[in-house]
Design a protein. Structure first.
Length: 289
């Protein structure tokens, strides 16, 4: 089958840095080393980290996760943590290593500034994802999480100073629509779109390439926000079918009935060797009649 390799795809700078930091700490430390949640949202990567001596603590939230660590080092993941998590780790006497992506740190700094300047901050993000958890913790009670239009209708902000910002890995287009909705409710709102460049470039490339293929395969984990958004934007913006797969075994032959050309992309936390295997498999595949 003909395969269009969509670029850019795969690892972003934040993931590369987090992996490098965690590997180094895992190998040089004599004490136990823990990642507080999945270092990046890809199980192939986190399994590999465990072979480098970094144990996984996967709790419902970061504060609860700390309770599972008795001593040694804690690595804060690429998604970032709240100041409360950092304070608790310090109070427990743990050595903290911060692998937060620099783009997420920029959003934290922005929220700190806005809150100090008296703003109420509307934060567009996904409930239950660690990145909003960390970001909201930078202004408890002053940062309001919204995930969909109905959440914006329910906001009860009366302050004259309102700002809107967002998680780094959302859909570019859906976020623009939600920002417009916030602006319609609060015309004075100050807008800070924090979708990172890696997310934006991968989404734009996937939508553009999708117009030239019959189907898009996204290699990535179901826990990865940016991978799931790639599937969504291909379906919604290019009107083409797309499937998320984490392993070769998840590929289903019936997806390819009548398909002549398939596009392949991958999330920002997907190892390139995995994507390469998928591309080679699809190149050797005969689509079912
Ligand atoms: Fe950083 Fe963006 Fe990569 Fe997340 S997707 S780690 S914010 S560069």
């Amino acid at each position: 089958m003909e395969v269009l390799k969509i670029t850019p795809r795969g690892y972003c700078h934040g993931v590369v840095d987090a992996i490098r930091i965690a590997k180094h700490v895992g190998e040089e430390s004599a004490e136990p080393v823990h990642m507080l949640g999945l270092l990046v949202h890809n199980t192939h990567v986190t399994d590999e980290m465990q072979t480098h001596g970094v144990r996984l603590v996967d709790a419902p939230d970061r504060i609860a996760g700390l309770d599972q660590i008795k001593s040694g080092t804690v690595i804060f993941t690429a998604h970032g943590v709240s100041p409360a998590v950092k304070a608790k780790a310090a109070a427990m006497g743990l050595r903290a290593v911060d692998a937060t992506c620099s783009d997420v740190i920029r959003t934290h700094d922005l929220i700190d500034r806005l809150v100090a300047d008296g703003y109420e901050v509307v934060y567009i993000g996904l409930r239950g994802h660690p990145e909003p958890e960390g970001a909201i913790g930078h202004g408890p009670g002053r940062v309001h999480l919204v995930q969909e239009a109905a959440d914006i209708d329910s906001l009860q902000i009366t302050s004259a100073k309102v700002a809107v910002t967002c998680q780094t890995t959302l859909s570019v287009w859906d976020t623009d629509e939600l920002i417009d909705k916030v602006r319609a409710r609060y015309p004075q709102v100050e807008v800070h779109n924090e979708i990172c460049r890696a997310t934006q470039e991968r989404q734009e490339a996937a939508v553009e390439a999708a117009r030239e293929v019959d189907l898009v395969i996204v290699v990535g984990s179901s826990r990865s926000s940016n991978s799931k958004r790639l599937v969504e934007v291909v379906e919604k913006r290019a009107g083409k079918p797309a499937h998320l797969i984490d392993t070769l075994e998840e590929i289903r032959p019936e997806w390819f009935r009548g398909v002549k050309r398939v596009g392949v992309t991958s999330g920002a936390s997907t190892p390139s060797q995995l994507t390469r295997k998928v591309i080679e498999y699809l190149q050797g595949m005969e689509p079912p009649a």
